[in-house]
Design a protein around this ligand. Structure first.
Ligand code: SAH
Length: 516
């Protein structure tokens, strides 16, 4: 294949997928849309497309925020967006253009595709759940119903009400169609209601206005054509919101399901250590809670490997290597390997670990611990070593940068020559500022703890001195007595604690707490 053929072949791969992200809940995207997101090389996304969907896009992809908040505050002009799609596709890329709801319903998807057709770019369009049907559904309103309406219309509420001649046939839609759904209609709601009433629709027609439909932030209000503008103003409903007009809105009283889930409107911070399964999050979300997942700790290599590297060059001089944590073992062996050494380098040393779990991890590296204390604590470890006769012995302790000094100090007091080397460090996890800011602004209703370390790490993260202020109006849930005891030691007051220490029982207790 010559260079040109290869080139044109590459170009033919370039394609744009215009995908509807659905209304807000990221799980409402289509299976096809999701599959394509996973293959994207460039993703161009709008304000209304759930940011949670971006985690499915490969990390190496190029992420471009196109803006489009409220139809005005654009990060890029429509022309720029069109051009970007063309350029990236021409460069041979798989381009995903991700839009809120359905791309062909008030999304300017048509314009973007026309541009692609003109430029000769291949494309596909993947429909999405449009916010009109989602808003009605999630507000408990069947958008059509045999007993109420035989027709439904999607209408823009964005039209300038001062415009001389409207492109909306108010005289026909007001009474000619059963259910009317207005997109982008919050600002113009007074004139929308006025137009409908002036054209013969009963002022008592029920109206629902739904903000951030299908998301945990959903808020909806109901009124009549006569008073809905007032109700919306009083309820503080701001865009993005949908206006649903028609008799079907009366069914909400009976069908309203989403907002009636027991934990709807509760924002719960689920603290976790690294890579913990999210069963708790799933169960809480099933009950309607809005979960914020907060890693309370992140682990990184130390700032410098010099101390360990030096110790490794002199490893033959040591008598004992002491591991008081799993991370200590992992980072130690990884670095040793990186330096071209394997376990044979440790043939002359005895190895002590703090407990069964550390001993198990040590085995993964082919090493059987010479000493496991009867009591799995730093104290226990130090005592056992002293019993072995530590006086005059050279001891290497690879461990966290910041850790309790009990082991090295006790050993030194008993005549050991102790070298402590940092092999990892605990750092503030990514996103912790966001969590602190959420607590700060009082948006968190509850914090859950599933282990003692989540409690300690959490307190470390928000800092001891801030806990009173940040947790003032926050309920605290613990999985069991040990976690609760740690929390109490840290001066926290526990509100929820199940009798059986499992995640499902913990969720039951949280439900009971809020049912009261
Ligand atoms: N293509 C989109 C609509 C884009 S127009 C779709 O099919 O849904 C933008 C308008 O959609 C907003 O002003 C608002 O009226 C509506 N909208 C989009 N997402 C919404 C949501 N989650 N809740 C309520 N309204 C929403």
């Amino acid at each position: 294949m010559n260079a040109t053929a290869k080139n044109s072949n590459m170009k033919s791969k370039g394609k744009v997928y215009l995908i509807g992200a659905g209304p807000g809940d990221p799980t409402l995207i289509t299976v096809k849309g999701l599959e394509l997101l996973k293959r994207a090389e460039v993703v161009v996304y709008d304000y209304l497309a759930s940011p949670k969907l971006l985690k499915y896009v490969p990390k190496e992809a190029e992420f471009i925020y196109a803006g489009k908040k409220g139809g005005v505050c654009h990060a890029h002009t429509q022309e720029e967006i069109n051009q970007m799609l063309v350029d990236h596709a021409r460069a041979g890329k798989i381009v995903v253009r991700l839009k809120g709801g359905d791309p062909f319903i008030f999304g300017r998807g048509g314009e973007e595709i026309e541009e692609l057709v003109d430029a000769g770019i291949s494309f596909e369009v993947v429909p999405g759940v449009t916010s009109a049907t989602a808003a009605a559904t999630y507000a408990g309103v069947p958008i059509t119903h045999r007993g109420y309406t035989a027709s439904v219309a999607f209408i823009t509420g964005h039209e300038d009400p001062t415009k001389e001649s409207s492109s909306i046939a108010w005289d026909k839609i007001s009474t000619g169609i059963g259910t009317l759904v207005f997109y982008m209609g919050i600002k113009n709601l007074p004139s929308i209601s006025k137009n409908l009433i002036a054209n013969g629709r009963d002022p008592q027609t029920p109206v629902a206005v739904v903000r951030w439909a299908s998301t945990p932030a959903q808020k909806s209000v109901v009124g009549t054509l006569a008073n809905i503008a007032e109700v919306v103003k009083e309820g503080g409903i701001t865009p993005p919101a949908l206006v649903v007009v028609g008799e079907v809105v009366n069914l909400r009283e009976k069908i309203n399901w989403f907002e009636k889930r027991p934990l709807f409107g509760k924002r719960i911070l689920v603290t976790r250590t690294r890579e913990q399964a999210s069963e708790l999050v799933r169960l809480l979300e099933d009950q309607g809670a809005d979960c914020v997942e907060g890693a309370t700790i992140a682990i990184e290599p130390p700032d410098s490997w010099e101390p360990l590297d030096k110790a490794l060059t002199e490893i033959a001089d040591y008598h004992w290597i002491v591991f008081s944590s799993i991370n200590g073992i992992r980072f130690f062996f990884e670095r040793m390997n990186a330096n071209g050494l394997d376990t044979r380098a440790l043939h002359g040393q005895k190895i002590a670990v703090v407990g069964e779990a550390t001993a198990e991890v040590l085995k993964e590296y082919g090493v059987i611990a010479d000493l496991i204390p009867a009591e799995y604590t730093g104290d226990g470890l130090a005592k056992s070593l002293i019993d072995q006769g530590i006086n005059g012995k050279k001891v290497l302790i690879p461990r966290a940068k910041k850790a309790r000094e009990i082991v090295p100090e006790t050993l030194a007091q008993h005549g050991a020559d102790v070298t402590v080397v940092p092999v990892y460090q605990n750092v503030q996890p990514k996103g912790y500022e966001k969590i602190v800011a959420e607590l700060e602004s009082g948006r968190i209703d509850m914090v859950t703890f599933t282990s003692s370390s989540t409690v300690s790490n959490f307190i470390e993260m928000i800092r001891e001195e801030n806990k009173g202020r940040l947790l003032n109006n926050v309920a605290l849930a613990c999985i069991g007595p040990i976690t609760a005891k740690t929390a109490e030691k840290k001066g926290l007051k526990i509100d929820v604690q199940p009798e059986i220490f499992t995640i499902p029982e913990m969720v039951e207790s949280i439900l009971d707490y809020y049912a009261k």
